[in-house]
Ligand binder design. Sequence first.
Ligand SMILES: O=C1O[C@H](COP(=O)(O)O)[C@@H](O)[C@H](O)[C@H]1O
Length: 238
Amino acid sequence: MKEMEEVGMRNKHIFHGFDDSEELVKNLCVKICYLLKKSLKINERASIAFSGGSTPKKLLQKMSSIDIEWQRVDVTLVDERWVDVDSPLSNEHLVRENFLQGRAQKANFISLKNEMSSAQKGVEGIKKRLQKIKKLDIVVLGMGKDAHTASFFPHMSELEEALDTKDLCLATTANVEPTMRLTLSRSFLLSATALILHIEGWEKELIFKRALESDDYKSMPIISMMQQENPILEVYHA
Ligand SMILES: O=C1O[C@H](COP(=O)(O)O)[C@@H](O)[C@H](O)[C@H]1O
């Protein structure tokens, strides 16, 4: 295993580099497991928010077999695409198929989707559900090749609101399909004790390196999660 650590340039981060996806998943799983167990020692419940998209599939599968007290863990998503939860495009679908199986099916999953016809109409109901989580222990972010993270998309009209609001979540509009989104707000994401960014492939590494040297968070919303020291962004890359 090659694990490389480097501490951030202009925007803040800690970088963990791995030779391949398997090594990354193994190490990230150990880290998440350690953090959840640590939280469960001092709190009644622990919490984690996973990302959707294609990258987290293997991580979710590995996490599902971890032996911890899942019945004491609240699990949610960083963001959701406002589509039917049975759709293969749904982030909840990904979590149900790959994580809420085996040992992890005992976890309490908090869905970011309800029966309302739009994310805009559904958002108040989702806020109420999320209030059960007092504070997030772990957030695992992803990043698209357009440098979006969660559902903070480049130049979207709700970007400033997503970055400034004290609300737990909001409806946003992606510039790719499916466009209707529900995302946790920056302030809720930054309430996490551990903030992790999981990215794979050389293209995303290049994009991340560009983000390190830039202040243009409107073009590269990932930057909005790299400007604080607490929690510092820990990047897992293979
Ligand atoms: O749309 C989304 O995309 C990002 C990145 O996904 P990936 O397929 O490039 O891994 C993801 O982090 C986010 O949760 C999701 O809604």
